[in-house]
Design a binder for this molecule. Structure first.
Ligand code: INS
Length: 390
């Protein structure tokens, strides 16, 4: 159970790039990182507008001289200080993730980055090589994966309760962008512009979340080939898709589907992961994240609840408030952040092996998300053909 005590020796001196005034996600990053005292925000380049960024940082209580006009100024100045930042979070549009992450790693700073990590697999592998060579951690904020019932689903697969896994059914299909809201909404605008978003919209922005969750629940499944069809129902978004369907075949003989959409009119989030085995199935839905549906063939369906003693001990480890009280996205993100902090400390102490079993979305998960999107786009743009996964 988590009760506010910190498992690391010290709070990590921490900075942010982006996430300033008007950001959709900056506040979630700060809430998660600082919730249990693992990270201490002392520097930032919060905004492309330097004055607005400084004003924002000072409102957060930062010193004026540690509110920087841009990320490079921050990395250079902080790397030269004995009390400089040890880690930086990058919460900027997608097109900047690669260069900013690379610059941070080259300055010897650990990174927590928004997804998708980069535009191309080659770029993601480049970051992975630099991080490895320098002994640095790169965490990727697949935030939903911090929900405790994901752990329970993974345990039920691992202990054979579901039998042999046959089908993986993924979905993240909301309706918020059923019309061209980007004309009015800046947070939506960059997401549908290839210059900022990269080669995809919903595949990278939404589908990579349930994809990573499926990797956590079924780590043994490796994609063999996939086929993708993508559409731009709001035509001005082309070539970026606002709807896509993916078929996957895994090495083991299992199959998967993924439906992702921003035009699922009327739907809220509709992020669901269903894993079907030869004996039973589990299903998790992000709109009811405290529950996991367990269906064993021939038995009544069960709704497992977060925090209950019948869960696996590892699924209870992140319980913050006891069963019956709902936990939410902020808690899930905070669960990832204490793992990022443990990983950073282990790397700084030259002992990364002690976090080898710690489950968190690191650089490999970041690479995998980018690789998956790249294959989906290649398949869709060739007319919806099977492409081998490599
Ligand atoms: C979605 C959702 C996801 C986030 C996406 C956003 O609306 O909030 O969690 O990763 O970037 O477009």
């Amino acid at each position: 159970m988590i009760n506010g005590n910190r498992l690391t020796k010290s709070a990590i001196r921490w900075g942010m790039v982006g996430g300033g005034k008007g950001s959709q996600i900056g506040y979630v990053h700060r809430s998660a990182a600082m919730r249990d005292g693992y990270f201490d925000l002392i520097a930032g380049a919060f905004d492309l507008d330097a004055d607005r960024g400084r004003a924002f940082g000072m409102e957060l209580g930062l010193q004026a001289d540690r509110c920087y006009p841009d990320h490079q100024a921050m990395f250079t100045a902080e790397a030269a200080r004995p009390d400089g930042i040890r880690c930086v979070t990058i919460a900027t549009p997608n097109n900047t993730h690669y260069p900013i992450t690379k610059a941070a790693l080259q300055a010897g700073i650990h990174v927590i980055c928004e997804k998708p990590l980069t535009f191309t697999t080659a770029e993601a592998l480049d970051l992975q090589a630099i991080a490895k060579a320098r002994g640095l951690v790169v965490g990727v904020t697949y935030g939903y994966s911090g929900h405790q019932m994901i752990e329970e689903a993974a345990r039920l697969v691992a202990d054979g309760t579901l039998g042999k896994i046959r089908i993986v059914n993924l979905q993240f299909a909301h309706g918020f962008h059923s019309a061209a809201v980007e004309l009015e909404n800046p947070a939506a605008r960059w997401r549908v512009d290839p210059a900022f978003a990269g080669p995809s919209y919903v595949l990278g922005d939404l589908a990579t979340h349930p994809l990573y969750i499926s990797e956590v629940i079924c780590p043994h499944l490796k994609i063999r080939r996939l086929l993708c069809s993508r559409q731009s129902f709001v035509a001005s978004r082309a070539p970026l898709e606002d709807n896509a369907t993916v078929l996957m075949e895994y090495d083991s003989g299992a199959v998967g589907t993924c439906w992702t959409s921003a035009v699922n009119a009327g739907a809220m989030h509709s992020q669901k992961v269903r894993v079907v085995g030869s004996k039973g199935s589990v299903e998790w839905w992000d709109e009811h994240p405290n529950q996991l549906r367990l269906e064993i063939q021939g038995e009544p369906a069960r709704l497992l609840d977060r925090g209950m003693p019948y869960l696996h001990p590892q699924s209870l480890a992140d319980d913050r408030i006891g069963a019956g009280h709902p936990e939410g996205l902020f808690d899930a993100w905070a669960n990832l952040h204490y793992r990022f902090a443990l990983a950073i400390e282990a790397h700084e102490e030259g002992d990364p092996s002690r976090v080898a079993d710690l489950r968190y979305p690191g650089i490999a998960a970041g690479v995998e998300g980018v690789r998956w999107v790249e294959h989906c786009v290649r398949s869709a743009d060739a007319g919806g053909i099977w492409v081998d996964y490599a």
